[in-house]
Structures are given as structure tokens and as C-alpha cells.
Design a protein. Structure first.
Length: 136
């Protein structure tokens, strides 16, 4: 397997894009309310325990995902935003949608929850796949 020359700045920016996209996606103006309703979460503004830890864990996970996606794109020899976005969509189909949909069915979760959670990942992988393939 050839040694890849990854762009650490592209990986960092991709992680930040996913993190900020997630913050916006799950905010009250967008999908926070239907997401919480689907999970039967009752918001309590006095309880914010775990929020900081969740935000740090999200950012670390976003960096790891960006690092792995950069490898997949590099191994495929993909360049250009469009091809990178396509790889991001294929990764979403194979590693997010394909296992996530039946899991939601088994758990008897509403399809709306699948759509909210996986809509975020589809858009995010589309964007960062394109960025990682074009900013090498």
C-alpha cells in the first residue's frame, strides 16, 4: 500500500466543519425540537451536565472520521470536489444508512429520527468528502 501524504489542515478544517454543522443541525432553529421529541427528551435548562464532554467527544470523533475519510479518498486516488463528495455519499450509504436504518427499525424508533441523524451525516460527508479530495 503506498504511503499517503495527508493534508493535516484539510483534516482539521473537515473536523471543524462537521462539528459546527452538528451544532447548527441540532440547534433549536433546525432539528433540536423534533430530535428531542423523537427520543422523548424533555429539555431542562438547569441540567447541562455532560454537554461539555459531549462536545469534546463530538469534535474528537469528527477529527477521526475526517482522518479515516482522507485515507479512503487517498487510497482511491480521488481528486476534485465532486468525486470526493461522491465518496462521502458512498461512505454514508455503506457505513451510516445501511446499518442505521435496520437498527432504527429493530429499536422501533421513528423514521424521523433516522432522517434527522443521518441527514446530518449525509450532508457532512458530502461536504468534507469534497473538501478532502480537493484540498490535498
Amino acid at each position: 500500500m503506498p504511503h499517503l501524504h495527508l493534508n493535516p489542515w484539510a483534516i482539521l478544517v473537515s473536523g471543524l466543519i462537521l462539528w459546527f454543522l452538528g451544532a447548527a443541525w441540532y440547534s433549536p432553529p433546525l432539528f433540536a425540537k423534533p430530535w428531542m421529541a423523537s427520543l422523548k427528551i424533555i429539555p431542562d435548562p438547569t441540567k447541562r451536565d455532560g454537554l461539555l464532554l459531549g462536545m469534546v467527544a463530538s469534535f474528537i470523533g469528527d477529527l477521526v472520521l475526517s482522518f479515516v475519510l482522507a485515507h479512503i479518498i487517498g487510497w482511491a486516488g480521488i481528486t476534485g470536489f465532486g468525486w470526493g463528495a461522491l465518496i462521502g455519499c458512498l461512505v454514508w450509504i455503506g457505513f451510516f444508512a445501511a446499518p442505521g436504518l435496520p437498527q432504527g427499525i429493530y429499536e422501533r424508533r421513528p423514521f424521523r429520527l433516522f432522517a434527522i441523524n443521518n441527514g446530518y451525516w449525509l450532508l457532512g460527508l458530502f461536504i468534507v468528502g469534497g473538501l478532502l479530495a480537493s484540498w490535498r
